[in-house]
Design a protein around this ligand. Structure first.
Ligand code: CDP
Length: 225
């Protein structure tokens, strides 16, 4: 899996706003290993489609576009980053047009295969914490550490709504609930690599837990084994 002695993978999966991103970033920091946000790669490709006016429901058009994309993937301050055709898409990845289309791009098997290959390659950089939907099930089924974070839908909508208020200054909690439910449904019912609890994963329900508690739980577990 990695060319470095003692390198390990921590796979963190779960639905949107289950706390995955913040927890994974903080756990990677505490463990002093690289952090990889796999969703950012799916979002990056979606951003490219939006920019080029490619219909994300047209799988062939997405696949054709994907073939011409130049990805540069690199590590900066222990965070995996990338550029697409020379542009850094970071500021656009959580925009409305991207978040409403990303799940449709992520159902395309060829897109998934491409991302899985890129994500596996990142392990050559050393130990890492990677978050996503299929990390413990498909990308790294042999990961030494697997976690599945979940939370009640209302709590997840509340968290995402707060994030939106911070980043966009607006947001409607019912709309957020509907948008999350729509994405959950696409993610859990797709034919290729649906969102599921990976075999051997520790399930953590974060509804009533603070971020620090969840991070602590994972870090203590990894350090203790
Ligand atoms: O932050 P949030 O959990 O809402 O989303 P994300 O992790 O950035 O992922 C965005 C979307 O990308 C998900 O809803 C999935 O459709 C897709 N995705 C995936 O299919 N597989 C992954 N490993 C990561 C993301």
């Amino acid at each position: 899996m990695s060319n470095k002695v003692d390198a390990f993978v921590v796979a963190v999966d779960g639905p949107s706003a289950s706390g995955k991103s913040t927890v994974s970033r903080e756990a990677a920091k505490a463990l002093q290993v690289m952090y990889v946000d796999s969703g950012a790669m799916y979002r990056g490709l979606t951003w490219k489609a939006v920019r080029e006016g490619v219909d994300v429901k047209n799988a062939q058009a997405v696949i054709d576009m994907m073939g011409g994309v130049n990805w540069e993937i690199f590590v900066e301050d222990l965070i995996l980053r990338f550029t697409i055709d020379g542009d850094d898409p970071t500021d656009h990845l959580r925009s409305e047009p991207v978040r409403e289309r990303v799940a449709d791009i992520a159902v395309i098997p060829e897109v998934r295969q491409f991302m899985v290959d890129r994500l596996r390659e990142t392990a050559t950089f050393g130990s890492l914490v990677m978050e996503g939907r299929d990390i413990g099930s498909v990308v790294f089924p042999d990961a030494a550490f697997k976690y599945y974070l979940d939370a009640d839908p209302e709590e997840r909508a509340r968290r995402r709504h707060l994030e939106l208020l911070e980043t966009e200054g607006k947001g409607n909690v019912d709309e957020v609930l509907n948008s999350l439910a729509r994405r959950d449904k696409i993610d859990s019912t797709r034919a290729t690599a649906p969102l599921q609890i990976p075999l051997g994963a520790v399930v953590i329900n974060t509804t009533a837990m603070s971020i620090e508690d969840v991070v602590q739980r994972i870090v203590a577990d990894v350090n203790g084994r």
